[in-house]
Design a protein around this ligand. Structure first.
Ligand code: CS2
Ligand code: MG
Length: 412
């Protein structure tokens, strides 16, 4: 029993995706998501040029040993490219092992700890009228929890406001906000934190007035505040009882969250751009956050993210796995299996993929009454249609970036 083939498949139905497909001597295949939004080809090369040849001939059952081999033999440790590549190998091997066991992956992770995974969707609007329509549309789709992002008067293009226009490539296909724009240069967006801090509390006051006190509301600060600004925002949002305030300040300096935590009881979620347990050490040990945001795809796979979440569980911190459209259906499926099995599940982000993505990735998960479930198909429950994938070649795309009104580059 061994791995006999490792293929890296790049496709771009509604957006760019990188998928690793492993094939064993028994003819069993496994998939892993290796998509790193805006830097996809770096992971393609890491896999194709450095990892694939190391996998051929390896025992597909030795998941932990393969993880440790890829992590330690690289010498250069951690980082988004390395950990996305390792994640893809890890998930593909878990997919294979579960297929051999003729079980859905969650059964190998301890079985179900809940009936389904509460999910949240992305509502947004340039103003409250558009925002309210978007919230209603997401509630009509079944979402019980809603992320709220609003335009800011005086700012023209900011993170998180869905571009509902169809794109030329997908004429007629309306798909949710996809921040990475196709092109040879990143789009420039504008930003002014003071305007944002003055505007946002009024938005949540209006949302609570319109939709009531019960619906779980989330907001993504997207790394754009200083710690004291984040503390001020968290405190100003306390009357509106958020489920979480996400990425309120850049957290490479984990100790920065001590200041935020000191000033506000608004729950905090951090980590979608983190890729290893070391990025969380202070945040978790000092209980500076309430939710771990990493996705399986970006944090070393099932094997590593499970370790992060097990440590977090000792500090009453829950999962809030990243699930935008740039986590592929393979990555989403892996997240659902892990989320169903762990005890400290919190919530799952769920941005609905486009129709062309669903054509390429044949999926078994269900979305019912606001809850996701990975399904009962052996493995992770996703198969890649290689012919369909071939119809959508890679197109360079960049995430936007920010400049302040004085032209200074800022966090996006
Ligand atoms: C966002 C993402 O989903 C989120 O919470 O932060 O949309 C993020 O901007 C993209 O995943 C970046 O690729
Ligand atoms: Mg985010």
């Amino acid at each position: 029993m061994s791995i006999i083939a490792a293929d890296v498949i790049v496709t771009s139905p509604d957006r760019n995706f990188v998928t690793l497909k492993l094939t064993t001597s028994e003819g069993v295949t496994g998939l892993g998501d290796a998509t790193l939004n805006g830097r996809e080809l770096a992971v393609v090369s890491y896999l194709r040029d450095h990892v694939v040849q190391l996998l051929i001939g390896r025992d597909e059952h030795r998941i932990e040993d393969t993880w440790q081999f890829l992590y330690r033999s690289a010498y250069w440790r951690r980082g988004p490219v390395t950990m996305a590549a390792i994640a893809a190998v890890d998930v593909a091997l878990w997919d294979i092992k579960a297929k051999y066991a003729r079980m859905p992956l969650y059964q190998l992770l301890g079985g179900a700890s809940r009936d389904g995974l509460l999910a949240y969707g992305h509502a947004s609007g340039r103003d409250n009228a558009e925002l309210f329509d978007s919230i209603r549309a997401h509630q009509a789709q079944g979402f019980r929890a809603i992320r709220v992002q609003s335009g800011v008067p005086g700012l023209h293009a900011i993170y998180g406001i869905a571009s509902n226009a169809t794109s030329a490539r997908n004429a007629g296909v309306r798909y949710d906000h996809e921040p990475a724009q196709r092109g040879a240069q990143p789009a420039l967006e504008d930003w002014d934190t003071r305007r944002y801090l003055r505007h946002l509390p009024g938005v949540f006051e209006a949302v609570r007035h319109e939709f009531g006190p019960d619906v779980p509301l989330l907001h993504d600060g997207h790394h754009r505040m200083t710690p004291i600004q984040a503390a001020a925002l968290g405190r100003s949002l306390e009357p509106y009882d958020l489920f979480w305030l996400e990425d309120c300040t850049p957290a490479e300096n984990q100790e920065a969250l001590r200041l935020v935590r000191h000033h506000t009881t608004t729950p905090l979620a951090i980590g979608e751009i983190f890729n290893s347990i070391w990025d969380y050490q202070v945040l978790v040990r000092e209980q500076l956050i309430d939710y771990v945001r990493s996705s399986v795809t970006h944090a070393g796979g099932i094997t590593h993210l499970r370790r992060i979440l097990d440590v977090a569980a000792q500090y009453q911190i829950k999962s809030g796995m990243h699930g935008p459209t740039d986590v592929s259906p393979v990555g989403m499926a892996a997240a659902m299996h892990l989320g169903l099995a762990i005890h400290n599940f919190g919530i799952q982000e769920y941005m609905v993929h486009g129709a062309r993505t669903d054509e390429v990735f044949e999926q078994s998960f269900t979305w019912r009454d606001g809850y996701l479930h990975p399904g009962e198909t052996p493995g992770i429950g996703v198969e890649l249609n290689v012919d369909a994938a071939g119809k959508y070649p890679y197109e360079q795309a960049y995430l936007p970036y920010n400049r302040l009104v004085d032209g200074t580059v800022h966090d996006w």
